[in-house]
Design a protein around this ligand. Sequence first.
Ligand code: LFR
Length: 447
Amino acid sequence: MSAFAAVDLGASSGRVMVGDFTRGIELTEAHRFDNRPVRVGGVLYWDILALYRGVLDGLRKAGPVDGIGIDTWGVDYGLLDADGMLLGNPVHYRDTRTEPAIDEVLARIPPERLYAETGIQFLPFNTVFQLAAESRTRLAERLLLIPDLLSYWLTGVAGTEVTNASTTALLDPRTRTWSAEVAKRAVVDTNLFPPLRKPGDPAGTYDGTPVYAVGSHDTASAVAGVPATSENFAYISSGTWSLVGLELPEPVLTEESRAANFTNELGVDGTVRYLRNVTGLWLLQECQRVWEIPDTERLLDEAAALPRRSVIEANDPRFLPPGDMPGRIAAACAETGQPVPRTPGEFTRCVLDSLAEAYRRTLEDAMRLSGKRVEVVHVVGGGARNELLCQLTADACGLSVIAGPVEATALGNLLVQARAHGAVRGDLAAMRDLLAHSQRPHVYRPQ
Ligand code: LFR
């Protein structure tokens, strides 16, 4: 037997997936649980202990495995005191507490320098801004990013996995270590972070089972899990966010790249994930929460029967925090003189057309800024199930879209563990080949 457990936590749910590598890759879901943030005293928190309980339940249900790897969303962290006690609950990246701190940081290090050193797109929740809004650091001995925190609780071993560390905007993507300049000027003590480790490095044991560092930033694992068969591909990791971009051997740190707000996050095997965050299906998820319509299929059917009418700027910062998303979308349409959607189907259509439009612009920018051409777009993650969105994306980009796997993140996580354990061999391309051969892709051609 050779089977591994991938713990994959997303913004709305967590799962523990088991990958059996005895014959190809067989994936089964051992456990799935909700991730429901909690607002206390005006601050939005992750319910980290509930998530950890979900991880423990999942690992119990997974049964005996040869390895465990953990990935989650980026940027967020827990602080520990000298006794290893958690100093309060980790704050959610959609909390607005960083707003006043951003200008403070950018006054100490201008955005041009911050980008030239880290290559990270401006997002108000980047760890460097969160830390400036944080008072608990004065009590802290240690800072652990979310996957590293869960891994520490499982194993007692502390480390900082490098792909996720890049989302802090404190790391230099050329050296793949902390930027001394940014740390100094932003006044961040990078000694709070335990030593850096790479995907595939050992990360301790849980109940006798090896725990491996993987691409612990979920997007790093998702990109590793893209079943590309050539180098010339773009990807859209489509879930709550849409992470849209290219894989490159080196970062692009030009001023033009900064102006276009592209990020150079680190990937598995020394790669760079050159991408932009596009506000993704979050737009629809928040509408559904407000409408109390959990049935996505119904909305997509209604939207498919409608023509394209209004397109909003998906990345408008007004859409970032939780709240009245239909109201915000309606206002954005009215302000730009476009028809205001009335029914949930019309809102859904507007969201999907707007996403496809944002993908097209992002891919055009990525190709222009990096000089890399692509022949195909891989859509992975939950959004790969969304047939209308995949077709609209192919149409907008004028490229074929290959959709799936839905569980690319878990697969990318599992492959890195399996290789570290010796159950699979080869470079990223070889691992992707394995993926391409173990699934039937769904292809959408531009119309
Ligand atoms: C996706 C993701 C994005 C990151 C955002 C916040 O789940 O990890 O890559 O920008 O969440 O961490």
